[in-house]
Design a protein around this ligand. Structure first.
Ligand SMILES: [Zn+2]
Length: 430
């Protein structure tokens, strides 16, 4: 078993009951067999025999980021459906293109997405799409972690989608790698009727997995639900018993006070997607009100067709800026909160794991290169780091102790091969 020690790092310190997240200088971190086995300051004890020693030279060391809402298969559509609102974006572009996708398209698209995420310090993601077995192959090949869900809607495909959902749950249940997890994926309240929703919740119950769903992304979704069901989507999901399960609720842009109270539930984590919400003209999610009400928050990019990047670090920065700007308070939107949201909160929601770079936590982490122009002088706080460093300066990334990015180069994937496949396949769209 390979033991790694990273020394001389400016290391993230996770939030606790009494303290918000912070950092420690001159930290060493030891990991072995995928898990953190020691952490301290100064020189590591001589009893530690590491096969790999990395001198961080004072660089920032952070827990790996989690992208809690994306559709990695949509990489083939990146940049091909611009300047459209959600409804037209879906019906005029995305749905007709999706009808042409084959399993191999999803495989290559997801490899491109995973390569991009790893490169930017993302060590885990929650995906919702179809042909998720192909995404699972990409996950195992690349060494990232993932919570995969087969998106399900009413329609002629629904029986097949239900069957594929269960097959995916079985695949994850049998996985021995520790990298593959699965969830149930009702696409959204407006595409799934009560009967199908009950079938999906039954699956979640039987396999004891989370539910991943889009929720109250647009104003129109809320008004349409009031018209069709006489209740808001969140109220309808509550009535259907959804919040008795662990739920990953993506977007949540249009929330009233009652929605906020309902979503402030220990089983619920919101995936906040600030860029996608802005780009599709959906709105600005009330994250400050969510925080005040006790709603648990994580961060997602949404798919590459509506962002267009899978860069969680820049989403965190935007989330913080939007919280400051929309509340009129410069002191909120703190980096300590949003980095914790994208690490600790997200890993708990996706995998039930702690993720603070402490002993017993997964060895999923990344280093920022200290030798860049923005590091003059080296950022002295999490806020300074977030607002100064772009994620292009991520230098080294580890997932389950394996080094998947070295000096900014993804080690586990063949970028040239993926580039050729993705460029060729993307020619069919747009
Ligand atoms: Zn989405």
């Amino acid at each position: 078993m390979l033991t790694t020690v990273i020394t001389n790092a400016r290391c993230f310190r996770g939030a606790s009951e009494t303290q918000s997240a912070g950092w420690e200088d001159n930290t060493y971190l030891v990991f072995s067999d995928g898990w953190i086995t020691d952490r301290g300051t100064g020189t590591p004890p001589e009893t530690i025999h590491a096969q790999r020693h990395i001198d961080a030279q004072g660089a920032w060391l952070l827990p790996g980021l989690a992208n809690t809402h994306t559709h990695s298969g949509m990489t083939l559509f990146r940049g091909k459906a611009e300047a459209l609102p959600l409804n037209r974006w879906l019906t005029q572009r995305i749905f007709p293109w999706e009808a042409q996708l084959k399993e191999d398209d999803i495989y290559w698209a997801s490899l491109a997405a995973i390569g991009e995420m790893l490169r930017h310090g993302v060590t885990a993601f929650a995906d919702m799409y179809f042909f998720e077995e192909a995404v699972a192959r990409g996950v195992l090949q690349s060494g990232i972690r993932a919570l995969l869900s087969r998106g399900v809607t009413n329609g002629p495909e629904q029986a097949r989608a239900l069957g594929e959902s269960e097959a995916l749950l079985q695949l994850a249940q049998e996985d021995q790698s520790g990298h593959l997890y699965a969830a149930v994926g009702p696409h959204a309240p407006y595409t799934v009727d009560d009967t199908l929703m009950a079938q999906l919740l039954d699956l979640a119950e039987r396999y004891d997995v989370p539910v991943h769903i889009h929720l109250q992304e647009t104003y129109d979704e809320v008004t349409a639900s009031l018209k069709a069901f006489g209740e808001r989507p969140t109220e309808r999901l509550r009535r259907l018993g959804m919040f008795e399960h662990r739920v990953l609720a993506a977007h949540c842009v249009w929330l009233d006070d009652k929605d906020l109270q309902t979503l402030a539930h220990p089983n619920v984590t919101v995936a906040h997607n600030p860029t996608s919400n802005l780009k599709l003209g959906s709105g600005i999610a009330p994250t400050h009100a969510m925080r005040s009400t006790g709603v648990s928050l994580s961060v997602g990019t949404d798919g590459p067709a509506s962002n267009n990047r899978l860069d969680v670090w820049s989403e965190i920065r935007l989330a913080g800026l939007l919280e400051k700007g929309s509340s009129g308070m410069a002191e909120v939107g703190e980096a300590s909160f949003w980095i914790s949201a994208a690490t600790q909160t997200a890993y708990h929601a996706l995998f039930g794991m702690k993720h603070r770079l402490e002993v017993g936590d997964p060895a999923d982490c990344f280093l920022f290169d200290p030798m860049c122009w923005e590091s003059l002088p080296l950022p002295g706080s999490l806020d300074a780091l977030l607002h100064t460093f772009p994620s292009e300066h991520v230098s080294d990334v580890f997932v389950a102790g394996e080094q998947v990015v070295q000096n900014g180069v993804v080690q586990s994937l063949d970028m040239e091969k993926i580039r050729a496949e993705v460029n060729q396949r993307a020619k069919r769209f747009g």
